[in-house]
Design a protein around this ligand. Structure first.
Ligand code: CP
Length: 306
């Protein structure tokens, strides 16, 4: 494995092996005994053209816990502002002998394009509305730790599916691993051919959440909406925001997930987001570090001379 660009096309045994390795990193992280020689002498560059808290920070932590030299490039203060292209920026970083390049970009396909041009292993940290593969892996690890398996679980992915790279990666991964996937949201926020990915489509929360094992809420991505696709945040919450009444349709004890950042009171009620038994949103963040360590570990074997 040289790059991680998408979940689509990944084979289930490879997904399971990455999750198993990530599981071992959860334990090492908790014990403080991470193998800091694993990526010693390797350089990891975080190249984020879009905002991030969780993904950028956890890739930085993951790299440091494995002993890599980690550089966070701040695009806002880089020569991108002087007109340097994405490819020239990547070629410049490549010339510094970087081993792993973590890329977030607003354009779908940007990390795949870079992967053709650089020697470094490229990791997609979210590209446009296409994919966010490490998010799906950390979500899968979180679910698997609670339910033991992904097979035959019913997962309802709710909200702004249209703009969500998280939804796309999760649909591919969960379907590959034998889960039943539903997407739930208003017609205006549902991509045209979503059924072709294998998910069942619902426009009503009570029907979509009925007997679900996992309820995964999505952020309303106002920044990607050229026109108003929802009447108002208040109305959106009334019909699609997760509160106790809507969650009651799911299986008792259903897991509640959200990739973050959350818009409380828009996609999810605070009492549900912070529910001590059912919300695993904080745990998703912890799993993010372990999953990214596993990905860096595996990819570092495919680049340079490791
Ligand atoms: N879930 C996620 O990608 O969060 P960030 O945008 O904070 O990285």
């Amino acid at each position: 494995m040289r790059h991680l660009l998408a979940i689509e096309g990944m084979h289930p045994p490879h997904i399971a092996a990455l999750l198993d390795l990530a599981e071992s990193y959860v334990l090492l992280n908790r014990s403080g005994q991470t193998p800091r020689d694993r990526l010693r002498g390797r350089t990891l560059i975080n190249l984020f053209f879009e905002d991030s808290t969780r993904t950028r920070t956890s890739f930085e932590l993951a790299g440091k816990r494995l002993g890599a030299d980690v550089i966070n490039m701040t695009v806002a203060t880089s020569s991108v502002n002087k007109g340097e292209t994405l490819l020239d920026t990547a070629a410049t970083l490549n010339a510094m002998n970087c081993d792993l390049l973590v890329v977030r970009h607003g354009a779908s396909g940007a990390p795949a394009l870079l992967a053709q041009k650089v020697d470094a292993g490229v990791i997609n940290a979210g590209d446009g509305t296409h994919e966010h593969p490490t998010q799906a892996l950390l979500d899968a690890l979180t679910i698997r730790r609670h339910r033991g398996t992904l097979e035959n679980l019913t997962v309802a992915i709710c909200g702004d599916v249209l703009h969500s790279r998280v939804a796309r990666s999760n649909i591919h991964l969960l379907m590959a691993m034998g889960a039943r996937v539903r997407v739930v949201g208003p017609k205006t926020l549902m991509p045209g051919a979503v059924e072709r990915l294998g998910a069942a489509v619902f426009h009503d929360m009570a029907a979509g959440l009925a007997d679900a094992d996992v309820v995964m809420m999505l952020r309303l991505q106002q920044e990607r909406m050229a026109r108003g696709l929802v009447p108002s945040a208040r109305e959106y919450f009334r019909f699609y925001g997760l509160d106790a009444a809507k969650l009651a349709a799911a299986r008792p004890g259903a897991l509640v997930m959200h990739p973050g950042p959350m818009n409380r009171g828009v996609e999810i009620d605070s009492a549900i987001a912070d529910h001590p038994q059912q919300s695993v949103i904080r745990e998703q963040v912890e799993m993010g570090v372990a999953v990214r360590m596993a990905v860096l570990d595996v990819l570092s074997r495919g680049v340079g001379n490791a």
